[in-house]
Ligand binder design. Structure first.
Ligand code: NAD
Length: 238
């Protein structure tokens, strides 16, 4: 399949680690030009790369970072919102503070809205936005209320942005557990248990590249749930 991403200018938030970093490598492998935006310094990557430090929860800081990347490349074709935090995963709601809830929403929800807002003036023809949602938008485990709420919001804001922004395709990918520093920090060696359904950051990067590419041209306002079919099972005893 032709993916047609060579030469495209791509901005990725959360590009210093995990899925964002895997996306950066995958876009570079396709010949794209990649702007890395993260509050941390990303590793050195081969290819046409421009990195800026910015916090997606700090609007002036993020606006400056997005503008710096867009000016460097002369516009933006693709925006990928990967920056995210899991927050107090595994903690009962009764022990979760309002500040902790706000911190998760600030990165996972407001940060995604703000990166699109500040990329808008720089978007080239037929741009694509791909946001990181999660299967936690659709299914829940105990001890994840703020994170699940934030990812449900990503699915809703994906639809809202697709409707709000004619000519801009906006989709989100919603993976189940991905082997990244975030998941390792929350789940540890559970990820290595035989048969545990875990995907690699590179798997998610391929889903992101498809949605970023003209190959997915008619797909807009959608959440792609990639969970090995875990959420498809009914309670019917057969
Ligand atoms: N790992 C999983 O199992 C999984 C599953 C589904 C969805 N996701 C989502 O994928 C995205 C990437 O997660 P990951 O697993 O690669 O995590 P990660 O911790 O490996 O990477 C997240 C990156 O986001 C950056 N970041 C966090 N807060 C930021 C902020 N305020 N400003 C700028 N950068 C910030 C971090 O510095 C880091 O580089 C997140 O949105 C996450 O919710 C992860």
């Amino acid at each position: 399949m032709r993916i047609d991403l060579a030469g495209r200018a791509v901005l990725i938030t959360g590009a210093a680690s995990g899925i964002g970093l895997a996306c950066a490598r995958a876009f570079l492998a396709e010949g794209a030009r990649v702007g890395l935006v993260d509050r941390n310094t990303p590793p050195v990557l081969d290819g046409d790369v421009f990195a800026v430090r910015a916090d997606v929860t700090d609007e002036p800081d993020l606006a400056d970072g997005v503008a710096a990347v867009a000016r460097h490349f002369g516009g933006l074709d693709v925006v990928v919102g990967c920056a995210g935090i899991s927050g107090p995963v595994g903690r009962p709601l009764a022990e979760t503070s309002a500040d902790e809830v706000a911190a998760v929403l600030a990165v996972n929800v407001t940060g995604q809205i703000l990166v699109v807002k500040h990329a808008l003036p720089w978007l080239a023809k037929d741009p694509s936005v791909v946001l990181l949602g999660s299967d936690s938008a659709f299914t829940a485990a105990p001890g994840m209320v703020p994170y699940c709420a934030s990812k449900g919001a990503v699915v809703a804001l994906t639809r809202a942005l697709a409707v709000e922004l004619p000519g801009v395709r906006v989709n989100c990918v919603c993976p189940s557990v991905v082997d990244t520093p975030m998941a390792r920090g929350d789940l540890g060696s559970i990820l290595d248990a035989p048969g545990f359904p875990v995907q690699a950051a590179d798997d998610v990067a391929r889903q992101v590249l498809f949605l970023a590419s003209p190959a997915s041209r008619p797909i807009n306002g959608q959440a792609v749930l990639a969970d090995f079919g875990m959420s498809a099972r009914s309670a019917f005893p057969a």
